[in-house]
Ligand binder design. Structure first.
Ligand SMILES: [Zn+2]
Length: 144
């Protein structure tokens, strides 16, 4: 969603490859600003060192490691080592210290407001390029 937000604020129409990278950069900075990455990173981190950072910023371990690499806190060898560790242990598919599911309220409130002004779920779903049932299940149901 942060990537799509990047497109919404930066671009118009069909995105080029450069714009896709720009949206990725926007999302990375939006979710975990480089200034904070540098401030909170632990030198030669263990897996256990990374869990609290992962939890605080609500990003995956893989994204956190990528962020460390992009902020020059991990060199090529260390970055490759972390990726081998994540894939060889199956952690890239099933991460330890999973994040609790998010339960965004602002989006549900915005949808309810739109409905109150006469906008239908069918129209909202069409704008999101989704089927109405899919839209409702994705954005309107509270996560238990
Ligand atoms: Zn994109």
């Amino acid at each position: 969603m942060a990537h799509e937000l990047g497109h919404a604020v930066l671009h118009d129409g069909e995105a080029s490859d450069a714009q896709e990278r720009e949206a990725d950069d926007f999302a990375a900075e939006f979710l975990f600003p480089a200034k904070q990455v540098v401030k909170e990173w632990v030198a030669n981190p263990s897996l256990e060192d990374l869990y609290p950072i992962k939890r605080k910023w609500g990003i995956s371990l893989a994204a956190l490691i990528r962020r460390g690499y992009d902020c020059n806190l991990l060199d090529d060898r260390e970055y490759r080592g972390w990726n081998v560790k994540l894939s060889s242990t199956g952690m890239h598919r099933r991460e330890p210290a999973p994040l609790p599911p998010e339960n965004p309220k602002a989006l549900r409130m915005a949808i309810a407001h739109a409905q109150a002004t006469g906008i239908t779920i069918e129209l909202l779903a069409e704008r999101a390029h989704m089927y109405p049932t899919e839209f409702a299940a994705t954005f309107m149901e509270e996560i238990a």
